[in-house]
Design a protein around this ligand. Sequence first.
Ligand SMILES: *Cc1c(COP(=O)(O)O)cnc(C)c1O
Length: 370
Amino acid sequence: MLQSPSAPSTPQPKPGVMAISPYVPGKSTAGPNVTVHKLSSNESPLGPSPRAVETLTRLGPQLAFYPDPSATVLRGAIGRRYGLDPARLICGAGSDELLSLVAHAYLGPGDEAVYSTYGFLVYRIAILACGATPVIAAEKDYTADVDALIGAVNARTRIVFLANPNNPTGTYLPFDEVKRLHAALPPTCLLVLDAAYAEYVQRNDYEAGIELVAGNHNVIMMRTLSKIYGLAALRIGWAYGPPGVIDAMNRIRGPFNMNAAAIAAGAAAIDDQAHVEQARAHNDLWLPKLTKALSELGLHVTPSVGNFLLIHFPLTTGRTAADADAFLMARGLILRRVDGYGLPAALRLTIGSDEQNRLVVSALTEFMST
Ligand SMILES: *Cc1c(COP(=O)(O)O)cnc(C)c1O
């Protein structure tokens, strides 16, 4: 076979792939001989619904059979709970899969997709994986800025990704602002509203986006059972979107993308809203308490409406985020480094159990006073 001298001698990934910085998940191991408290991935300290767990135990005899390719039981449960037409719902292996599907259905080389400076990093990965160009809009006070997002949109923009509330900052946009953003988008540009933390938000001016999806052809809302539902291990996400967008995503997904355990246990979890209510009450108690306790130590905490806090550390040697991380790790307390977000001076703390929250406060009190 003829080859020019400059031709590569190994298979080459398509353009964009090697520009991806791999996603760095929250750590789950600390030093030797310490009890690990994993507060790095925004998982629920209350765990899953007992009804979901009980449903899983009955699944054994079914494991030889392929799952329902349409996840009918799960879409039915979501539809009933949220008052949505199941035909306009799609489920995925976490909302991560849905973000990837929507990107692959709408983005290619030459296309642009917009997100904000501290926006969830999975967007960047999904955009680059499609060979498309990420465009970053500046934030104000660690909060998405609608004017900047609108300013970043042009004729090549196919998608605007907005996490509301956003991870890792914990900040949110009021619904009026989301509507203002949508109103400024061309009808060919899709607005992806990632509402992974919607259930935690206790603000009158917040909406996850159901109303906006219902009335438009270019808005899709994504949700997950990984956070307040405490089912991260099963990988369950869902999206409510316009029929055309759901159709496009269904065409490119794996035919059996949802496994049988996720379908059955997910539906049981959706039906157990009492459990969700407990998790919300726990968060309502600790979110202000931890914010106050950490602020009183002289740390700056970005006001959060989610189940986690972005804590900013001093730049002085011995007091930095890296120093705090090492100090906490030695005590088994694993927080999330957010250097990958361009936030090397901060750590993200997931609100844990009563005991874990007390341990974090006392460890950081010691850290800040030594
Ligand atoms: C956790 C998270 C998700 C969902 O993750 P999955 O486990 O894949 O459902 C989506 N968006 C944001 C902003 C998140 O923090």
